[in-house]
Write a protein that binds this ligand. Sequence first.
Ligand code: F6P
Length: 543
Amino acid sequence: MSTTLLTERDEWKALANHYEKIKNVRLQQLFAEDEKRGERLSAHAVGLYFDYSKNLITDETLRLLLNLANACKLRERIDAMFRGDKINVTEHRAVLHVALRAPRDTSIVVDGENVVPAVQEVLDRMASFSDRVRSGEWKGFTGKSIRNILNIGIGGSDLGPVMAYEALRHYSQRDLVFRFVSNVDGTDFVEATHDLSPDETLFIVSSKTFTTLETMTNAHSARDWALKSLQNEKAIARHFVAVSTNKAEVTKFGIDSANMFEFWDWVGGRYSMDSAIGLSTMIAIGPENFRAMLAGFHQMDEHFRNTPFDRNLPVLLGLLTVWYGDFFKAQTVAVLPYDQYLKRFPAYLQQLTMESNGKHVTLDGARVDYETGSIFWGEPGTNGQHSFYQLIHQGTKLVPCDFIGFCQSLNPLGSHHDLLMSNVFAQTEALAFGKSPEALKAEGTEEWLIPHRTFDGNRPSNTILAERLTPEMLGRLIALYEHSVFTQGVIWNIDSFDQWGVELGKVLAKKIIPELEAAKEPELEHDNSTNALIRFYRRSKRK
Ligand code: F6P
């Protein structure tokens, strides 16, 4: 572990000096000076074409960013992760989501044990269970086949499954209904079940810890809902399965451990969609497609592990995020998938990036004096264009964007796809090069309108193109961002794999629950704002 403060590194200072020199650089000029820039500053690997030429960078910027990555020992840290070292230091855990997609014959040792056979065994059990549900062989308590699959989970036990189901819907078995309940707001459960019949419904209770308040509350409501109609405790075994690391709690809930699909403490929640947490995904798309998705993840893992940094997609993506966040002080990154199937991808990335890198102390516990995790957000194109792109084009904030598009549509329909993709190219071009007052004048724009209609341009973006959204491609895309997050975390010298920041709110909520439920007016000892809010709530809920 390095103890040199990031901002004291020569490589950091060199970047800071370089920033001062090029902060006003114009993309227009960079492209004019280098007619091959678009091809030169792009990388093609594992089926992804990554164009990073429309960034506010020069060759020197890249050289200095790569120097920084080397100084921060990125190579060694990648090796440590793949080796199974306990790089999640605050939780004393290995970080081995890469083992979830390692081929059967790989050996990855944690605490003296090769974990790959256990991963493969769970995948095989998931496959046989999925096949039984998909074929109708798995019967509910009354003998009917399962038609509805409800995943109950939150955070990493929800966002990954939802995103993957939506992303791969094209490959899903259409006579099965998939729903996802996450929020402790009863509305989520009620709306998800209102038109379902318990005797045809399978609940997958997904929780790494099996103690999460939201998930356990929803799971108990699901149990009551099912038993109200099925009237027999024995029905639970036919209608509930669990995905967890916590066998004791699963059994306590009443789910037979034979119906439990295991994963391990070295899989972080937000890195778990390719573990048993992906059971709903596997039931939707089938074991073969799920395996193809894992193969895609693995291809990106190998690329990340073995490719020189100057051609390494996750490394380049990660370093660019550091460049904008720390030097240009950009607060956010917009992720703009031009594919309706990826509509939940930005939401998924929010947990992946922000729970991982929203940290203010280094691995050694020192407070950072630089920016860490950016705010990730986004919506699918072209919808975003008619909502928030105005600010990206003409606002006062710098918002680096990742555009994601596919060359082939899964639903060819007239000229829809060319129209869609023309917008990807048009947006990145408009952001980079804008429209000058001179051009507006030449078009005859009235003088007073010119400032309003001027586009300064110089707004950076990456473009990621792939042939087609397949399960394999989705795996590659997710792993690209996972490893980009890792790269950023290494530069910032933070623990990208813990999430202590979610704890305080959970603890306080536990204290407040009885105060809301108490029949007698409770003695409140919060600050006077919180006390007043609680009193208002208690008064109003009784009306
Ligand atoms: O929000 C904190 C968190 O621990 C996430 O990291 C995790 O994905 C989520 O809660 C759900 O946790 P679990 O899978 O244990 O229910």
